[in-house]
Ligand binder design. Structure first.
Ligand SMILES: N[C@@H](CCC(=O)N[C@@H](CS)C(=O)NCC(=O)O)C(=O)O
Length: 329
């Protein structure tokens, strides 16, 4: 396949094509291309209702974070509109096949790589979600999943609903940032480093990294309702998106099969308490997660969709209120 094929939406490139596998077989995630921050300073992206569209799919943990934050904060579609690609990535990239005629009604495109190419014809990386498009300019302005939730939580405050939770409180910011770094390296991206490893050694290294951290979080959550005590924060959103995918996708698809989240008392009750909050539940689609991760995977050449696990268990009562008192969100 030539570079030209990639740019003209032939088969999209994989992590391996894109040099995300290092010489020792480790998965090294690409850098984000569009990182201009939102804000009110010169050179920043203006905070303006009705100007941006966020593209996501419920398969993707990085994109789902954004939807959970929008829902918790009450940032509605009149402020930032939302478009959804189908959870199974096609050979031509993320496709707007859920929309009428297979075209995103605002962007007027069929495949996400089209807007990447329009914004930057030289772009060589993977066309990923989440992607924020400035609909006035019809260009991508940000795909920086590391920082997006923090923008919604801070500079977009004028558009929060009344009584919205403060997910990034000033007094906790540096602690949240440090914990987010750990959650990224050892949990959110840790699962990918195990799942995409090309050597036994890299797989094992990252398998232990993930389960050692889960053990520590299990202990922490035995004494704390959320990661920062009684306060629901940005870090909880980040942890949740991986926990919600674990038993369905990573345990099986990424060979992270030491334990399931439902085998940990506190992580499992914590996960189900978060799932009981509409913002988390409405952004969680187990069928999309299963299809997105397990169909089309090289390890599953016949595309058999597993029947389990039983995700109706997510609806069962959790013990957090008994342990920590009534939930106030
Ligand atoms: N922007 C980040 C994270 C976002 C990301 O990886 N999203 C996945 C879905 S969860 C994606 O869009 N992948 C498209 C692809 O691999 O071609 C990255 O490039 O690593």
């Amino acid at each position: 396949m030539s570079d030209n094929d990639i740019k003209t939406f032939g088969k999209v490139a994989t992590s391996e094509d894109k040099g995300e596998i290092s010489d020792n077989g480790a998965f090294v995630r690409q850098q984000n291309r569009f990182t201009t921050p939102f804000g009110n300073e010169p050179g920043q992206l203006p905070v303006e209702a009705g100007r941006y569209r966020l593209i996501w799919t419920p398969l993707c943990p990085w994109a789902t974070r954004q939807i959970i934050a929008f829902k918790l904060l009450g940032i509605g579609e009149d402020v930032i509109s939302v478009g959804k690609v189908a959870p199974q990535r096609t050979d031509s990239g993320w496709e707007f096949s859920l929309d009428k005629d297979g075209v995103d009604p605002v962007l007027g495109i069929r495949f996400l790589p089209e807007i990447y190419a329009k914004t930057d014809p030289e772009y060589e990386g993977r066309a990923t979600v989440p992607t924020v498009v400035d609909v006035k300019e019809m260009k991508i302005v940000n795909n920086d999943y590391h920082h997006l939730t923090k923008f919604w939580e801070t500079v977009w405050k004028p558009f929060h609903k009344e009584g919205a939770p403060d997910l990034y409180p000033e007094d906790l910011r540096s602690e949240i940032d440090s914990l987010n770094e750990v959650i990224f390296n050892e949990i959110n991206n840790g699962v990918y480093k195990a799942g995409f490893a090309k050597t036994q050694e890299q797989y094992e290294l990252n398998y232990h990294l993930v389960f050692n951290r889960l053990d520590k979080l299990e202990e922490h959550l035995s004494k704390n309702r959320f990661l920062f005590g009684d306060r629901l924060t940005d870090s909880d959103i980040r942890l949740y998106v991986t926990l919600a995918r674990f038993d369905t996708a990573y345990y099986f698809g990424f060979r992270l099969n030491k334990k399931r989240i439902r085998d940990y008392e506190n992580l499992w009750n914590y996960s189900r308490e978060l799932y009981s909050i509409p913002a988390f539940k409405e952004a969680t689609d187990f069928d999309a997660i299963k299809r997105g991760y397990l169909l089309g995977a090289t390890e599953n050449p016949d595309n058999i969709l597993p029947l389990g696990p039983d995700n109706s268990l997510w609806e069962e009562p959790n013990n957090r209120a008994e342990k920590f008192g009534p939930l106030k969100i």
